[in-house]
Design a protein around this ligand. Structure first.
Ligand code: PMP
Length: 424
């Protein structure tokens, strides 16, 4: 009898518990399905068409993906061993906020030799990709609404980061960069009651492949010294220069007013490693380390170890040469195709993209239709600045077949776009 009572009690308890759980789930559903009503200072959405296109492209099959800045090549094989080695060596803890010292030493040696920038480990910070370095420095120098000059067209990351950290951007056509234009911008910003704090020089540039000559770099340094401005030298594509060698601005007159940003992502086709680094004045590096420690403490230790081994083993050669060969070949295909069809493009001096004009399109609509009807994903020009509405960016770091097929499908849609089928 007692046993019976006990089992009835247990069944009742279970029923009560299930009932309460359901009520809890329903009430949570009701609460959350109403949506958050509080004011959010960062909108929970991407505002780039390329993100929408990427999300759709990834959920569909057989899409030729020319929209994203990633090299098709696989990173060098040796890297697999570096991960295991890192784990065995106990690289499983936080590191110093500036980054692991062994990696910073390897970076010091690399930038001294390859970039001819004379720095020491205190001038170096390792970050989660070049993106985090740009984020931290924008916040540190201009997070109170200060202005930063960016190229027009330019990588959408700069405006996205500036919006997020509370900085403002001002665009100057990259072909117009020079002392007088910087001064004009400085005065324009002053007239608005603002302050100019930084100038971005991205070379080879995303999306145009533009490379600044050393004369312009000298003018930028002169201006930065005269007006106490920081040059943010984004050298993410340092290894992909089609003619001659890459020259780092920091090699010209030191790093007093220069913060140079580099990344493992592009050189080694390894965007997923998420290791970048910046070299610059010690106070700025220390402020960036403060930002970093309060964001994620330190970049992943094991990935830092792998980056150190990659740099020490000089894995960029012959890997980069192979990639450059493919880029040059694909660029020729794109160039011939563009001119045959009387389109227009910026002649890239480096980088991994082709920036092409298709007169008469509205790039975001064209890109969405291209994905829908021809299964090709591209980045619409408008993401790189509102002036570039009839431009598109494609990556040329893909296989030759993908480039040829992608271009032919773009041509098909463009033909329909400018000459809609007759409805008579
Ligand atoms: N700078 C430029 C110009 C870029 O195009 C990118 C990525 N596409 C980055 C910086 C950042 O790359 P990561 O964070 O992967 O180092």
């Amino acid at each position: 009898m007692e046993n019976n009572n006990y089992s009835t009690f247990r069944s009742l308890s279970f029923l009560m518990f299930s009932y309460k759980l359901s009520c809890y789930k329903i009430s949570r559903f009701l609460i959350f399905s109403k949506g958050v009503t509080m004011k959010l200072l960062v909108e929970p959405r991407f505002d780039l068409y390329v993100d929408i296109i990427t999300a759709r492209a990834k959920s569909e099959e057989n899409v030729i993906q020319l929209q994203w800045g990633e090299l098709a090549a696989k990173p060098p094989e040796e890297i697999v061993e570096f991960f295991l080695e890192g784990y065995r060596k106990g690289k499983i803890r936080y590191t110093a906020p500036q980054g692991d010292i062994e990696l910073r030493e390897a970076i010091r040696d690399k930038v001294r030799k390859k970039n001819r920038i004379n720095v020491d480990v205190d001038n170096i910070i390792v970050t989660v990709g070049g993106t985090a370095a740009i984020n931290f420095v924008f916040r540190i120098i201009a997070g109170d609404g200060g202005y930063i000059i960016i190229q027009d067209p330019s990588w959408f990351g700069y405006t996205g980061i500036a919006n997020y950290v509370g900085a403002r951007t001002m665009r100057i056509l990259e072909i117009k960069y020079g002392y007088e234009e910087f001064k004009k911008a400085y005065e324009e910003v002053r007239a608005k009651g603002g302050e100019l704090r930084g100038i971005v020089l991205n070379y080879p540039a995303n999306p145009t492949g533009y490379v600044f000559d050393t004369e312009i770099m000298r003018e930028a340094i002169d201006f930065a010294e005269d007006y106490d401005i920081l040059i943010i030298s984004d050298e993410a594509y340092e290894d992909y220069v089609f003619e001659g060698e890459h020259t780092s601005i920091g090699s010209i007159r030191g790093i007093n007013n220069v913060l140079s940003v580099f990344t493992i992502s592009k050189t080694y086709a390894f965007t997923g490693l998420r290791i970048g680094y910046a070299v610059g004045p010690e106070e700025i590096i220390n402020a960036m380390a403060t930002a970093q420690v309060h964001t994620y403490i330190s970049p992943p230790a094991i990935n830092q170890y792998v980056a150190m081994r990659i740099l020490r083993e000089n894995l960029d050669r012959p890997f980069v040469e192979e990639n450059l060969k493919l880029l040059r070949k694909n660029l020729k295909i794109v160039r011939d195709f563009v001119y045959e069809n009387s389109w227009e493009m910026v002649e890239p001096k480096g980088g991994i993209y082709a920036f092409i004009r298709l007169p008469g399109i509205k790039s975001q609509n064209f890109a969405l239709k291209l994905l829908e009807e021809e299964k090709v994903a591209i980045a619409p020009g408008v993401d790189f600045g509102e002036k570039w509405t009839d431009w598109i960016r494609i990556t040329i770091a893909k296989s030759e077949e993908e480039i040829v097929e992608g271009l032919s499908r773009i041509k098909k849609l463009y033909a329909r776009w400018i000459k809609p089928p007759c409805t008579c």
